[in-house]
Design a protein around this ligand. Structure first.
Ligand SMILES: Cc1cc2nc3c(=O)[nH]c(=O)nc-3n(C[C@H](O)[C@H](O)[C@H](O)COP(=O)(O)O)c2cc1C
Length: 303
């Protein structure tokens, strides 16, 4: 089964993607970038740098744009196309309440008319292929049913489904009943996304849904960057990934405080399911770079 790396804003930036793809060569079939959006009428340079092809060499990157009002949506496609991309992922899954309330991201799932309007904009770009990343609905688990016709009309490369509603955000039961319904009805390739934590999870989803195009993994891959890759030297590679990220951020962030904050934020998901809890706590509590490095060295002995 193909494995896609899910976009996670603030974590799977181009530094992480570049290093992950170099160290775990061929482990991931595609990397998806966190969504591009327009903020106060403008693109953020940081977001544009993140998807600039010059900064994403050696792996297959798909940029993502957020579903939003049609004028903005048009501008987002034009911008991404101007960078040379011919494949774009449409985010109809972001459940962050201020985004949903404004009918962006997953907020469009309860408005079939808005989804149809967005798809009509996409259809104007005949040289670009789109995929869609979505949830089941905003509040109701069957809202996806009313959207399939317009999504199909763009002949999507695939649809990635995270089988939760927006109000569930990232926790609560995954709704495999609705996923199965969608799987049985879909006229186009599907990608499964949600709560994949182990090689066993990958094998079980692949065996149950053999027609899937791929499995997309987010937090599970941040927790175990070697997930699904069956590598004998995974531990060394994971340490190497950490050290390369440390080196990169020490060059690009100004001052120890920023570096420490960035590295500690990595550990929000990194290796959460292995190693000694006390050793991990020391990392999260470290107040200087020296203490951080000592705590990390001790943690390596426990994995
Ligand atoms: C902090 C955070 C940021 C995220 N940013 C994005 C994003 O920019 N675009 C997107 O499509 N999904 C985003 N997601 C959702 C993930 O791509 C993924 O769908 C979700 O984490 C569920 O998959 P998982 O259980 O494998 O992590 C984000 C999730 C988290 C926790």
């Amino acid at each position: 089964m193909k494995i896609y790396s899910a976009p996670i804003q603030g974590f799977t930036d181009c530094a992480w993607r570049n290093m992950h793809s170099a160290i775990f060569a061929n482990g991931i079939d595609r990397y998806y970038a966190p969504f591009l959006r327009i903020e106060r009428g403008a693109f953020r340079n940081k977001d544009l740098r993140d998807i600039d092809p010059k900064n994403n060499i050696g792996y297959y990157l798909v940029p993502q744009i957020i579903a939003c009002p049609v004028e903005q949506f048009h501008a987002l496609i034009e911008k991404v196309a101007s960078l040379g991309y011919r494949e774009i992922d449409i985010n109809m899954g972001c459940p962050f309440p201020p985004i949903v309330k404004r009918h962006y991201g997953a907020g469009v799932l309860s408005s079939p008319d808005q989804v149809a309007a967005i798809m009509n904009v996409a259809k104007n770009f005949s040289d670009i292929r789109f995929s869609v990343k979505m949830r089941l609905g905003v509040e109701k688990r069957d809202e996806w049913c009313a959207l399939m016709h317009s999504i199909e009309s763009i002949n999507p490369i695939h649809i990635t489904v995270h089988p939760r509603t927006a109000i569930q955000q990232y926790s609560g039961e995954i709704d495999m009943e609705q996923f199965e319904l969608l799987y049985s009805k879909a006229q186009f390739p599907l990608v499964y996304n949600g709560d994949i934590r182990s090689d066993h999870d990958i094998e079980s989803i692949s065996a149950t849904y053999p027609q899937l195009q791929a499995i997309m993994i987010g937090r599970g891959l941040l927790a175990n960057p070697a997930l699904g890759m069956h590598m004998p030297d995974a531990k060394q590679k994971i340490i190497q990934l950490h050290d390369k990220l440390f080196e990169h951020y020490s060059k690009h962030l100004s001052g120890d405080a920023h570096l420490l904050a960035k590295m500690k934020s990595l550990w929000e998901y990194f290796l959460t399911e292995t190693g000694d809890r006390k050793a991990r706590k020391k990392i999260l509590k470290s107040s200087t770079i020296e203490k951080y490095s000592t705590a990390v060295d001790s943690f390596w002995l426990t994995i």
